[in-house]
Design a protein around this ligand. Sequence first.
Ligand SMILES: [Zn+2]
Length: 275
Amino acid sequence: MKFITFITLCLLLMSCSSQEKPIENTMSEKVLYEELTPTEFRERLAEAPVAYLPLGTIEWHGEHLPLGSDGLQSKEFFIMLAREAGGIVYPMLFMGPDRKKIINEEELYGMDIYMGEEASKNAYPSQKLDGSSYWISQEDFKAMMEAILKQVSRSGFKVLVAHGHGPSTGFVRDHTEEWEEKYGLKILHCWGYRDKEGMGIMVDHAAMNETSLVMALRPELVKMEYLPADTSKWPVGVGGKDPRLWASPEKGNEILAIQKERMVKLIVETLAGVR
Ligand SMILES: [Zn+2]
């Protein structure tokens, strides 16, 4: 009897583990590099040797968005891609290059510096914006990226998707050919389709596009009430279409659906070319 009970127990356990199989492709599927065990890493790498690198910053994104908006948007979008096309998402970076200017003996970076027409309704005085803590020279960013690429390649990845903060993404795009050859990788970013209509991935600064994306991906982090209610007052350090008038979670989801479909296709095609 005891033996039969043991067999029954084994059969029960086997049926449980076989029932677990379909759960692998649900939204809880693990895709973050830091959460994988070596076995899970090997399985995911064999399935699709794609690495995703969220290019973040800790940077002012208006009074209404979190300081880590760049890394959060790219990380969340990459999680969506990895669950659909396969691959593994690296931890987000928070250092990135940007324009720099010294005004009144203070170093100002990126959106600290107002670049538009003085008479524009969107003008704001150049100033050190609270919370920004990300600037790195292009030379140091290059050294950091090359160290990362060496490890990405060494780990066995064949494709790298890097996207996020504008100047970081632009830097990767401009070095793609050189780095592909040096590190034996295919390198992709997410800019391209419908960017000019504001329907790309991260194509403005804390305005309609980025605000809509954060609203769709991390709604609990958006505080629209922190922006001036009077829309004749332009929000400081925001570049693009007024988020108070144009941003919505629906717009964010529309952008994500269009870009996810496009990127998954591109990644699958790129993978087929390296296998
Ligand atoms: Zn941004």
